[in-house]
Design a protein around this ligand. Structure first.
Ligand SMILES: [Zn+2]
Length: 401
């Protein structure tokens, strides 16, 4: 392993170990299983699972920090994993520096610059901004400089599948399905493809839910530490206008501007030099496989391809198939700007699926009816995740529709 890859891997590991040191507690899974909520693992146990993936050969990188300073960890599998980990390690250093100063050093111009060089077909969206970015990123000498990216070789341009989960703090089955998927992928030949996975996008939210669960408080939690719904904060159709939008914004709080939240910014930054053609985001519940658009009524140009994949995943995900449709048809009447699937599709040109894992069947137990955690997570994990993992594997491995 080249020296710089090693340094980045060390950084990811060190951040993980530090978080584990702080968050190692009595296993939550036993407590929840006793309460009939299912054997879900708490933050510390999930970090241990990520560490075990790294022990088995996955690369870790620190792509940023949450508002409360939790590490945002990316797991890399496949051919390009070391180059990727190296680039994102540097990105995280800069993001961490920015966070210390109270605001990030990242700005729109540098994001545009990186996108300009290595983005999807569609090209530059703002030539003036990207010129500025080339100049400023050359000074910083990071991977955002297109010339340096080119010098680093073509490894960063290999086809990448992005997998996200844990954006919404209560949707833990998505994280469990994600980790099960990574365990399967870790044993397989991925061809030339690389996987960039962020299993816990919103660690602050997850920790808040865990605190509530341990204390027996039945609370609904949707945002990050500032109460922003991270899945309304991506730079896709993002807008803030009109009284009704602002009222809806109280529920689906979109943040002060696109990528205003460090968790979303870290993902945008980590993905910017990559050639992403597949993207998967795991949520719950609702038993649905959704595809872009969310923020527009017009079908996307590659709607047929999206639909073919969505149907294929939907049919295999459960004995009774999930629904498959565009997000805008699935969720009428709620704010639909700033979603990850639209951003991954519009910005990166990726075939993008959002899976609402499981069906949120509650049963009649009062302890489940009053517990928002139970609305989002089925009691039986071993029933729900294996077929889901089987259903998702071909898509994330780049199979044709
Ligand atoms: Zn969700």
């Amino acid at each position: 392993m080249p020296k710089s890859d090693q340094a980045s891997e060390e950084q990811g590991r060190a951040a993980l170990r530090a978080a584990l040191f702080v968050h190692r507690r009595a296993p939550l899974s036993r407590l929840l299983a006793r309460r009939g909520l299912g054997p879900y693992r708490g933050y510390g146990e999930l970090l241990e699972a990520i560490e075990r993936l790294a022990d088995r050969g996955a690369q870790l990188s620190l792509i940023g920090r949450s508002i409360r300073g939790e590490p945002l960890l990316a797991v890399h599998l496949g051919a390009a994993s070391s180059a990727a980990a190296r680039g994102e390690g540097r990105a995280a250093e800069r993001l961490a520096l920015g966070a210390q100063g109270g605001r990030s050093v990242m700005n729109g111009a540098s994001l545009h610059g990186a996108h300009d060089d290595s983005g999807p077909p569609g090209g530059a969206d703002d030539p003036a901004a990207s010129d500025a970015a080339v100049a400023s990123s050359a000074e910083r000498a990071g991977p955002l400089d297109p010339r340096l990216s080119r010098a680093a070789g073509l490894r960063e341009r290999e086809r990448t599948t992005v997998i996200l989960s844990g954006i919404h703090p209560l949707e833990w089955i998505g994280i469990e399905a994600h980790l099960a998927l990574l365990e399967r992928l870790a044993t397989q030949d991925l061809g030339g493809r690389s996987i960039l996975a962020v299993p816990i996008v919103n660690p602050d939210g997850l920790l808040r839910v865990e605190m509530n669960l341990r204390a027996g408080r039945h609370r609904y939690v949707r945002g990050n530490a500032r109460g922003v719904d991270l899945n309304r904060n991506f730079d896709a159709g993002w807008y803030e206008r009109g009284l009704i939008q602002r009222l809806i914004g109280l529920v689906f709080s979109p943040g002060s501007r696109p990528a205003s939240e460090p968790e979303v910014e870290a993902i945008a930054h980590a993905l910017s030099p990559r050639r992403i053609d597949r993207a998967l985001s795991l949520h719950s519940a609702g038993g649905a496989v959704l595809y872009p658009p969310a923020h527009s009524l017009w079908p996307v140009a590659d709607a047929a391809e999206h639909r073919a994949f969505a149907l294929r995943v939907a049919r295999a995900a459960d004995r009774r198939p999930y629904r498959a449709m565009s997000y805008v048809r699935f969720a009428w009447g709620i704010r639909k700007a700033g979603l990850e699937i639209d951003w991954l599709h519009d910005r990166h040109g990726a075939l993008s699926l959002l899976v609402e894992c499981s069906r949120g069947k509650l049963g009649l137990r009062p302890s489940r009816l009053v517990e928002p955690f139970a609305w989002h997570n089925p009691r039986r994990l071993d029933d729900a995740t294996p077929p889901l993992v089987d259903a998702l594997l071909p898509f994330v491995k780049g199979a044709r529709a």
